[in-house]
Design a binder for this molecule. Structure first.
Ligand code: MG
Length: 119
């Protein structure tokens, strides 16, 4: 399985089956799934704590498996949330990217990292 072949729905189905087989759905109200998403994101962030920007770039390669596993944990939490609450993630992503494009017009932000409220 890889990004080019897998669909979001296939990945949701895998997450849902994993949860269902363990009878863990009972532990997954929105609050817990959202909390777990942040916890897993922090576990990814923890790998780069106190590193310089350059060191963090190098860390991705030197700890590639660990970084991939934490990224997968983040993704699992997100798709489990979306599956449970019937969020069409591809559609939500597409719509949010349209909003982001309006907030960050290329002509105003090209090469800049200014927040949209400061444009
Ligand atoms: Mg983790």
């Amino acid at each position: 399985m890889n990004d080019r072949e897998a669909t979001v729905q296939q990945l949701k189905d895998i997450a849902v089956a994993f949860i269902s087989e363990r009878d863990w759905d009972q532990y997954h109200p929105a609050k817990n799934l959202a909390t777990n998403l942040v916890v897993e994101a922090v576990e990814l962030l923890e790998k780069f704590t106190w590193l310089t920007a350059q060191e963090s770039e190098e860390k991705v390669e030197s700890d590639r498996l660990g970084v991939e596993q934490e990224a997968a944990d983040v993704f699992f939490s997100l798709i489990a949330f979306c599956a449970r609450y019937k969020i069409d993630l591809a559609h939500a992503f597409e719509e949010k990217m349209k909003l982001n494009a309006q907030k960050y017009p290329i002509v105003k932000v090209y090469g800049k990292n200014t927040k949209y409220t400061q444009l």
